[in-house]
Design a protein. Sequence first.
Length: 323
Amino acid sequence: MSAFPQIAAPDAEGLRRAVELLRADSVVAFPTETVYGLGANAFSRQAIGEVYRLKNRPGWNPLIVHVATVDAARELAAEWPEAAEKLAAAFWPGPLTLVVRRAAHLAGVGADNDTIAIRIPAHEVALRLLAASGLALAAPSANRSESISPTTAEHVVRSLPEVPLVLDGGPSSWGIESTVLDLTTPVPTLLRPGALPLRALRDVTGAIAVRDEETADGAARPSPGMSRRHYAPRAKTLLMRDLREADRAGLTAPSAILTYEGVGYPPYDIVEVLSADPREFAADLYAALHRLDDAGVATILIQEPPDGEDWLAVRDRLARAAA
Ligand code: TXA
Ligand code: MG
């Protein structure tokens, strides 16, 4: 049993309560293979409003809609391009979000744009919840806006203490958000690097346009939600080429480092060493940042990860955490 009363096992009773809340225009946090989502009936203005309020999310940032089947996804779209058909067949259920033209009859789902972001999550509990509720579920990551995304049920409650219910599906296996791909452009465009690597996408669609990795606030935002500071721990966070060059005398204690296997580092109060494999690193990253926040560290020095496409999503999140 969990220390938090809002956390429920995803058994018949937990699902029943979740469906009841969703049908009553309330919200429920649920596990996905990427991170935990804060779910709401995608067509309830009241429920969507509650998501924005609980997260303190700016109203211009639209939500991803989760569905159980490709047919349900097509119904939300005004156009379902060939690329969507192929990508859905190859990667759904899975950590890929597709942005397509939104069906004209749809209102709500957050921001007033004419596109919609959709995915089928690859998590048994999420799929059971979608099936049992019969709803399309808008769900952003279940954390306060700009803070670290949750990969466990406890992370959700700590970030959103007011959340009425969290279905506990254990730790998220990917541990990093879905890859967001815009299919409304002539060439599919990467809006947010994420769990699914570009190489896998290219094998199915051919060329993919990638914008600059670094997007300053005020500059064109590739995905509306990609503000420069995001995924940020409470501690002051610095990204470094070489941790041995840090001026430790100038740091507020207690200080920590976050690095990966095989690179040198000096002793610190707290040390988190993650895998040198990008997928394993990503899977542990948010949990490690949550641990450091929980430990009350004042400063986190982060070893810059290697260059190269395999580390794209991790580099993106670390740059935002440290911005
Ligand atoms: O892995 C994930 O994608 C998780 C799980 C819960 O599914 N969800 C997630 O949601 O990360 P959120 O709200 O934290 O991030 C959604 C991203 C944001 O960058 C948002 O701006 C973008 O998707 N997005 C949503 N709708 C969009 C649209 N119509 N056009 C372009 N970008 C959109
Ligand atoms: Mg988020």
